[in-house]
Design a protein around this ligand. Structure first.
Ligand code: IMP
Ligand code: MG
Length: 192
């Protein structure tokens, strides 16, 4: 696995430091919303499977607030490709209540690229009437489709490169790499 890595884009220390700051900000925003509403917030975190698992597990351990976790499965890159082929909810992997009234929902995903995944997820969740719907991504690619998409929290903006590790995959491999890396071109060739 290590031999497939081209270079480390974001290392463990940088991820940890950024997550400290990001979690602090999310928690501060929640506290402010709670003060403004004068009642406790019912926070429901919605991690998007599978790519967000490492990010969300590290993020929530920095968030000392009461929350429920309701996962949502979305598939976008079937098989060995680096080209998005649209997004579809995987019902069998989704456990989000049909009615989110009164819930403050925070969607957490690994990466914002074309925006198809987050658009699908936010459109789907908005129909369930949440009191508040916010979005958080680990990575955002510096391309128009991603930069123009409204998202509340971004850990890192990265160049338009295919990356793996820290939850992100190529053909479902490399999610367990502890750093965010690019792959050698002979391992993954960007589809046209
Ligand atoms: P979007 O729907 O095009 O915004 O892409 C979002 C999804 O595509 C993410 O949740 C990832 O699963 C996948 N994806 C996009 N870019 C990358 C990448 O550079 N590496 C690995 N997966 C990616
Ligand atoms: Mg993926």
């Amino acid at each position: 696995m290590q031999g497939d890595i081209q270079r480390v884009l974001i290392d463990r220390a940088a991820i940890a430091a950024r997550l400290d700051a990001l979690a602090d900000r999310i928690v501060a925003d929640l506290a402010a919303a709670e003060d403004a509403g004068d009642q406790p917030i019912e926070l429901t975190l919605v991690p998007i499977l599978t790519g967000s698992i490492i990010f969300v597990s590290d993020l929530i351990r920095r968030m000392p607030v009461k929350m429920k976790i309701r996962v949502m499965g979305v598939t976008s890159y079937p098989g060995a490709t680096t080209a998005s082929r649209g997004a579809a909810v995987v019902e069998a992997l989704t456990h989000v209540p049909d009615d989110l009234s009164g819930h403050h929902v925070l969607v957490v995903d690994d990466i914002l690229d074309s925006g198809r995944t987050l658009r699908l997820v936010t459109d789907t969740l908005r129909q369930r009437n949440p009191a508040e719907l916010r979005t958080c991504v680990l990575l955002r690619k510096q391309i128009d489709s991603a930069m123009d998409f409204p998202v509340d929290y971004v850990a890192f903006d990265i160049p338009d490169q295919f990356v793996v590790g820290y939850g992100l995959d190529y053909d479902d491999y490399y999610r367990n790499l502890p750093e965010i890396c690019t792959l050698k071109p002979e391992v993954s060739r960007a589809a046209p």
